[in-house]
Design a protein around this ligand. Sequence first.
Ligand code: DHB
Ligand code: FE
Length: 282
Amino acid sequence: MATIIGAVTTSHIPAIANAMANKLEETPYWKPFFDGYPPVRKWLNEKKPDVIVLFYNDHGLEFFIDKKPTFAIGVADEYHNSDEGWGIATIPPVTGESELSWHIANSLVEDGFDMTICQEMKVDHGLTVPLSLMWPGNDYGHVKVIPVCINCEQHPMPQPKRCYALGQAIGKAIESFDSDMTVAIFGTGGLSHQLDGEAAGTLNRKFDLECMDKLVACPEELTQYSNLDLVKIGGAQTVELNMWIAMRGVLRGKVTELHCNYHAPISNTGAGLLLLEHEMPE
Ligand code: DHB
Ligand code: FE
């Protein structure tokens, strides 16, 4: 049985990659954000998970608005980034884990989650910025990553309670994989933000902090929100909270918060970071 050792959630704002490429981490604007990360990097370097199952949303790179899977999973051996802008250097490819990916995909479809299964898939900042943040210098090639993509761009989008259920089904699938692998779960995106329209720049610090608390102690309360509630409370892209909720669905038993950081705004977004462990019931 593969072992789920814990979880990390982080915002995935593209400007973070630019800040790292240009060594801006210690500047007054960025310092309160980057100061949150060393404890999470230390945990990852000590625990050395073999695999990361990473919930993210594709902002239009692989899945544009003409074709939008509700839920997709990558089953490839390697993934390439070809994300937008900033003129920064190309980053290295991301290593996949095909066998566990297929196991999860089969298990999910059996459990009623009709996944889009991707044997080839470009990955955007939703997946790569968190990896660059956790392994500075883009030194993430040794970790195998399984991308799980949730539609947060084009209505109709899966609701928070469905994303939580997806996480639970993925937890069950990982635990039924016959291997001594260790697995960490990443949820990326959020927290509150709105990038476009008249309300661009909206965010909600109070809500973000409440979400981080509830995610640890009572995640079911977050599943009571609809996507429309999230849009009204924190702005259109607050729906990215669904990746955090999916992450939390994977964890079981007593969940402990090892580390938390919040800083807003970074670019347009309430930037949150959590490191969680769980005590698996027997
Ligand atoms: C920003 C945030 C996002 O989640 C994203 O996907 C793109 C940009 C931002 O705040 O700039
Ligand atoms: Fe985003």
